[in-house]
Design a protein around this ligand. Structure first.
Ligand SMILES: Cc1ncc(COP(=O)(O)O)c(C=O)c1O
Length: 402
């Protein structure tokens, strides 16, 4: 197809590297290669039985028709109750919209608020989709590097320096994909103080990993710390990671009524309401006690500790302990400049990742995709045996470098 048929907006963006990695993994598997996949971006647990059951029951009850565009009242009430109970945030169902995953909420939020010339601050390392979503919505991503020695945390100084009169949004994701970075109440307070000085900046919080946390710091929401930001904050979340419901496609946004109304209008002319069956399952997910969660988090923690111990024993690699989520973001600068047995010099983290795949049979994702090099992202959303074998393979592939 002629490229000119495709709009400039779409020609600006690239496919998600995580989806590309999943495709490559499937391809290598089909070729019969034995690959350990540490590029996974979703929980390896099954959706809990009571939630699956709720989906089946919704089908049997005949809940198979269109729902309101913004989502069923039952689900919006469950989301409102969750935001109050878990985050100390008061929203009415009118201020909430259900979307096809958190990604859809983010995409639509920027679609209805960003115009050419608007800047959107994206702290790096970032979740791969943020800059492309900004570009697809005609905005300009402003990437703010967050240093490893600060645990990849956005500092108030870096935030202040990035804000201009054209800044429309700050995208704030914590625990962060890919670094697992978390914030204390005092650190959030300091960021809020900067934001209070710049009333043109809206804040999009992506809370999708909120329940996967390993630190002992009580989780606080930026908006609960500074309620004065309420009129310019959009809270984005979903059930994908907490409840292992990635395929059900339920996300949501809570925020000021005008933004929610614009989101409703966009959805009414595009996707309409999200799957009725998934919504019924999400009501049960949010309203029932998540008794499975402590065990899942303990499992993620054990895997994280195993991966940290093994990676930090490999010369040329160093990894910090993430405070949450299910990824590690190890530095691989010590491998840059080394040569493979085939005589190729590793010049970038992309070369490192290709070497690990080709020589080691282990798939991780290059830091270039996450906006900070030389690093790679390794997922711990797989069994501890796979993580151990993956790390052994990384060690062997590194040992072959000279
Ligand atoms: C930071 C972040 N936000 C949002 C999403 C998307 O979530 P959903 O599956 O609900 O669209 C992901 C998925 O990987 C993510 O890592």
């Amino acid at each position: 197809m002629s490229p000119s048929r495709i709009s400039t907006r779409i020609r600006r963006i690239k496919p998600s590297p995580s989806s590309a990695a999943a495709d490559r993994f499937a391809e290598l598997r089909r070729e019969g290669r034995d690959i350990i996949n540490l590029a996974i971006g979703e929980p390896d647990f099954d959706t809990p039985a009571h939630i699956r059951q709720a989906g089946c029951e919704a089908i049997e009850r005949g809940e198979t028709r269109y729902t309101p565009v913004a989502g069923t009242l039952a689900l919006r009430e469950a989301i409102a109750a969750k935001l109050q109970r878990e985050n100390g945030l008061a929203y009415s169902p009118r201020e909430i919209i259900v979307t096809c995953g958190a990604k859809h909420a983010l995409f639509n939020a920027l679609s209805v608020t960003v115009e050419e010339g608007h800047e959107v601050i994206v702290p790096a390392p970032f979740w791969v989709s943020y800059p492309d979503i900004v570009l697809a919505c005609d905005g300009t991503p402003v990437i703010v590097a967050c240093r490893e020695e600060d645990d990849f945390r956005l500092t108030p100084e870096a935030l202040e320096a990035a804000i201009t009169p054209a800044t429309r949004w700050l995208v704030f994701n914590s625990p962060t994909n890919p670094t697992g970075t978390t914030y204390t109440g005092a650190q959030l307070r300091a960021l809020a103080d900067v934001l209070l000085r710049h009333p043109q900046v809206m804040v999009l919080t992506d809370d999708i990993y909120e329940h996967i946390r390993f630190d002992d710091v009580p989780p606080r929401h930026l908006l609960a710390i500074e309620p004065a930001l309420r009129d310019r904050t959009l809270v984005v979340n979903g059930v994908s990671k907490t409840y292992a419901m990635t395929g059900w496609r339920i996300g949501y946004a809570a925020g000021p009524a005008d933004i929610i109304a614009a989101l409703d209008m966009l959805q009414s002319q595009s996707t309409s309401g999200v799957s009725s069956v998934s919504q019924a399952a999400a009501v049960v997910a949010l309203n029932a006690e998540p008794t499975f969660l402590p065990e899942w988090v303990a499992t993620y923690r054990k895997r994280r500790d195993t991966a940290l111990r093994m990676l930090n024993a490999i010369p040329g690699i160093r990894a910090r302990a993430p405070g949450g989520a299910f990824y590690l973001y190890p530095h691989c600068g010590g491998l840059i400049g080394k040569r493979t047995p085939e005589g190729k010099t590793l010049a970038t983290d992309n070369d490192v990742v290709i070497h690990l795949l080709e020589a080691g049979g282990v798939m991780v994702l290059a830091g270039t995709a996450y906006g900070m090099s030389p690093y790679f992202r390794m997922s711990t959303a797989t069994s501890v045996e796979q993580i151990e074998e993956g790390c052994r393979r990384i060690a062997r592939a590194v040992a072959r470098l000279s």
